[in-house]
Design a protein around this ligand. Structure first.
Ligand code: IPM
Ligand code: MG
Length: 357
């Protein structure tokens, strides 16, 4: 088959890690007889530099016309002082919203080869960590009404958390369906003891859950969830939560599984065209030095094969290659632990994965 992929390399380490994932996709194409056509588009800081805006119209059109999108990362200190609506991050929210990608799947699993990278106690590590965070991606406080105004104590700023029944229903369905294919357990995370939007969230999640009698759906307050993730992470199978709680908790999940350099994500909507990106950022401190870990992006490409193209065998081939490379002891700098060995570069790690495919 022939697939058209929009490439949004973005800023910082974005280009290096996307190059790694492209090499892996090309290898998969060779082995399984597919053709992947890649078309690059600008997004984030590099788009600001070239066109004056973080999300050019051409990028949105190109992504909408493609079969799926592979994204590196956006942002960096150079653009940090721009007003909120002109920042690179605004482009990321803009493209998620333009493509209708309301679901963000963030699997976090601890590879046994990386047990030593887990900062938790050995008895906790022993029980394993294998969860999927289902993060709502186009609503909540990221997209709610915001602004500045004069308040009781003078000038103030506000952002609003708002969720409609429809938005909660559709993400709850995704969570239940994800759980049906896994451990059949959903933990819905909210702050229903304080927030009205969370109380609606809880209500709607349980209404939706009635249609999935084979799935156990329970609630957890977000402060407790932050604690449970480090105390007893093996209790989590599928987690469903709002945009902001999901952002925060997925970074926490990445640390207990070794490194943020390992975690992929899939942003999905109602069509097959999804956007795939590592959960980490543009890491400006190591940009252009060939030091970044390409694994999160390579695993994101595997998710693309699975969710956008229904190429399960091909997706598994990538995941198996990553697993084998880690088992063989190959490490980039972020997962080197106490070892005194020289870490692999981004391109060397990519090479090792290519060898196993
Ligand atoms: C993420 C990132 C983004 C988010 C930023 C860069 C806007 O942190 O994908 O987790 O908050 O969604
Ligand atoms: Mg984040």
């Amino acid at each position: 088959m022939n697939y058209n992929i929009a490439l949004l390399k973005g800023d910082g380490i974005g280009p290096e890690i996307v190059d790694g994932a492209v090499a892996v996709l090309e290898k998969i194409g060779e082995r399984f007889g597919h053709t992947f056509n890649f078309t690059p588009y600008l997004i984030g800081g590099c788009a600001i530099d070239a066109t004056g805006e973080p999300l050019p119209e051409e990028t949105v059109k190109g992504c909408l016309a493609s079969d799926s999108v592979l994204l590196g990362a956006v942002g960096g200190p150079k653009w940090d002082t721009l007003p909120g609506n002109q920042r690179p991050e605004k482009a990321l929210l803009g493209i998620r919203s333009a493509l209708g990608l309301y679901t963000n799947l963030r699997p976090a699993k601890l590879y046994s080869a990386l047990n030593a990278e887990c900062p938790l106690r050995p008895d906790i590590v022993e029980k394993g960590i294998d969860l999927v965070m289902v993060r709502e991606l186009t609503g909540g406080i990221y997209f709610g009404e915001r602004g500045r105004r004069d308040g009781k104590y003078g000038p103030e700023a506000y952002d609003t958390e708002c969720y409609s029944v429809m938005e909660i229903e559709r993400i709850a369905r995704v969570a239940c369906e994800t759980a049906q294919k896994r451990g059949k357990k959903v933990i819905s995370i909210d702050k229903a003891n304080v927030l009205e939007s969370s109380r609606l969230w809880r209500e709607v999640v349980h209404k939706v859950a009635e249609n999935y009698p084979d799935v156990e759906v329970t609630d957890m307050l977000v402060d407790n969830a932050a604690m449970q993730l480090v105390k007893n992470p093996s209790q989590f199978d599928v987690v469903v939560t709002s945009n902001m709680f999901g952002d925060i908790l997925s970074d926490e999940a990445s640390q207990i599984t070794g490194s943020i350099g390992l975690l992929p994500s899939a942003s999905l909507g109602d069509t097959k065209c999804g956007m795939y990106e590592p959960i980490h950022g543009s890491a400006p401190d190591i940009a252009g030095q060939n030091k970044a870990n390409p694994i999160a992006t390579i695993l994101s490409a595997a998710m693309m094969l699975r969710y956008s193209f229904d190429l399960e065998e091909e997706a598994k081939a990538i995941e198996k290659a990553v697993d084998e490379v880690l088992k063989s002891g190959y490490r980039t700098g972020d997962i080197l632990g106490a070892s005194k060995e020289t870490p692999l570069t981004c391109t060397e790690m990519t090479e090792k994965i290519l060898e196993k495919i």
